[in-house]
Design a protein around this ligand. Structure first.
Ligand SMILES: *Cc1c(COP(=O)(O)O)cnc(C)c1O
Length: 482
């Protein structure tokens, strides 16, 4: 069994195995005609269940053959131009190449003595991102995380620890977190993990464009003070998951300053604007935030996971610092990233962004992101001109939320069912993948455009497919009703 350990005697087997895996994936990617085969869990699970995990196949080729049947053949392929569902981007080759390096060398970024140069590379990327945000070069800091959810959790941990209570004991029930009703659910989840009761998260209404209403935020902060509660944090969103809307950051910053409240900006999606050659101004005010979530795996075309939390004052990261004699003793004179992280053993995900910047440069990423934002603007025009659809919000980023509205059906519940059916039927056909969400209690469909290869013609074709499925559903139900 030692022949499977990667070491100086097995380098040749490693080269052959890795090459074979890459060949197979490349073949799939080159031959993908649809984003999905439409396979159902019922169809696929018998094949997975039938595999006896206690009887190994012995070699990589055989295991790859088997994997064809249970994964590669039916996977959902995000690189296909008609994958339009969630915040999954096609990935850039320099980053995928970096994955091969970081898995094989297997550095762990918790301590210098497990990573050496990896630690320095991560720190440079944190400083680079901080610079893009507009933070001061000496005081800002941050750390790579597993994703936006973890970044938001850590941000709220820091916010709670930094909350001034004027000598009073801090009771979780007295703390308030303000966030828009369109923000990500990880804000509520984080509050729960931090021991705050559900009522502590106050949902601020949004305007017509799904941006936080700052007048409502001002009232909520006033009420909080009047009730003797403590405003622990305001979580603004720069790019809401459904609508790509960007909360008014400068106004929110002013309110946070007035109430001494921690300002967190969740830019998990909108962070792509940090490198946009034409749209960086949409993030104005982000430099006032105490902390910022960025998901490079959403809008920097990076493979999962690649994310970070940035903080304006690096000293605040001490709230995540614990010492272990065996790992990072207090007096250690070397840089240990574990002092700043919720994780201990941690992947060298930063290498992917590093390779991307070294090969393509920041403008290269930003231009790709600009292309999908432009595409969404074009798509909005198509939808607005099409009487078959109602489109919810003119996009600031790259999502389109819309609903099929037949002229001859008036029941909103029936229209809901037709839209739900259209999404499901499209998924089962594998021709395209779209998402769904709710607006004002009604079922809508959603395109998340992150693929610069997608064209307006793709958008039009998928709209026709959706309308066809919805039409078919309505036709069938009318037949059944009569
Ligand atoms: C996706 C998303 C998150 C969560 O990020 P993960 O990387 O999926 O954990 C948080 N906030 C927003 C606005 C998001 O779109």
């Amino acid at each position: 069994m030692r022949s499977h350990l990667l070491n100086e005697t097995t380098a040749e087997l490693y080269r052959r195995s890795a090459t074979e895996a890459v060949e197979r994936v490349a073949a799939h990617i080159a031959a993908t005609k649809r984003p999905f085969t439409g396979v159902s869990p019922d169809e696929l699970s018998p094949a997975v269940d039938a595999i006896d995990l206690d009887r190994p196949l012995g070699d990589t080729s055989a295991a790859l053959d088997e994997l064809e049947e249970v994964y590669l053949r039916d996977a959902v392929y995000f690189h296909h131009p008609r994958y339009l569902a969630h915040l999954n981007c096609p990935v850039v080759i320099p980053a995928v190449t970096a994955e091969a390096i970081l898995a094989a060398v297997n550095s762990s970024l918790d301590t210098w003595d497990q990573s050496a140069g990896g630690t320095l590379i991560e720190r440079r990327l944190i400083d680079w991102t901080a610079g893009r945000i507009g933070y001061g070069p000496t005081t800002a800091d941050g750390v790579f995380t597993s994703g936006g959810s973890q970044s938001n959790l850590q941000a709220l941990l820091l916010a709670r620890e930094e909350t001034k209570t004027d000598g009073r004991t801090q009771h979780p029930a007295d703390l308030r977190v303000f966030t828009s009703e369109a923000s990500h659910f990880s804000v509520q989840k984080s509050a729960k993990l931090l021991g705050l009761p559900p009522e502590s998260v106050v949902a601020i209404p949004v305007d017509h464009d799904k941006r936080m209403q700052t007048v409502a935020l001002a009232h909520a902060l006033e009420r909080c003070e009047a009730e003797g509660a403590i405003p622990m944090a305001v979580v603004a969103t720069a790019g809401t998951t459904d609508f790509g809307s960007i909360d008014p950051l400068p106004e929110i910053a002013a309110l946070c300053a007035r109430y001494g409240t921690w300002m967190h900006v969740d830019a998990a999606y909108g962070c792509g604007l940090l490198v946009s050659p034409t749209r960086r101004h949409l993030l104005e005010g982000i430099e006032s935030a105490d902390s910022v979530t960025v998901d490079y795996h959403k809008s920097f075309f990076q493979p999962v996971s690649s994310s970070a939390l940035l903080v304006r004052d690096g000293v605040t990261l001490r709230h995540a610092t614990y010492y272990a004699d065996y790992l990072n003793p207090r007096s250690a004179p070397v840089p240990n990233q574990v002092d700043k992280s919720l994780q201990t053993t941690r992947r060298f995900d930063a290498l992917k962004l590093w390779m991307t910047l070294r090969v393509m440069g920041a403008d290269g990423i930003g231009e790709l992101f600009d292309e999908v934002v432009d595409l969404a603007a074009e798509g909005w025009k198509v939808l607005a001109a099409d009487p078959r659809f109602d489109v919810a919000v003119e996009p600031q980023l790259s999502t389109l939320v819309f609903r099929y509205i037949p002229s001859d059906v008036t029941s909103p519940a029936m229209i809901d069912r037709a839209n739900l059916y259209a999404r499901k039927a499209l998924f089962a056909s594998g021709e395209a993948v779209v998402a769904g969400t709710k607006v004002g209690g009604r079922h809508y469909l959603k395109f998340t455009l992150l693929n610069p290869q997608t064209t307006v013609a793709d958008i039009e074709a998928v709209l026709d497919l959706l309308a066809g499925h919805a039409r078919q559903y309505l036709g069938d139900s009318l037949v059944h009703a009569s």
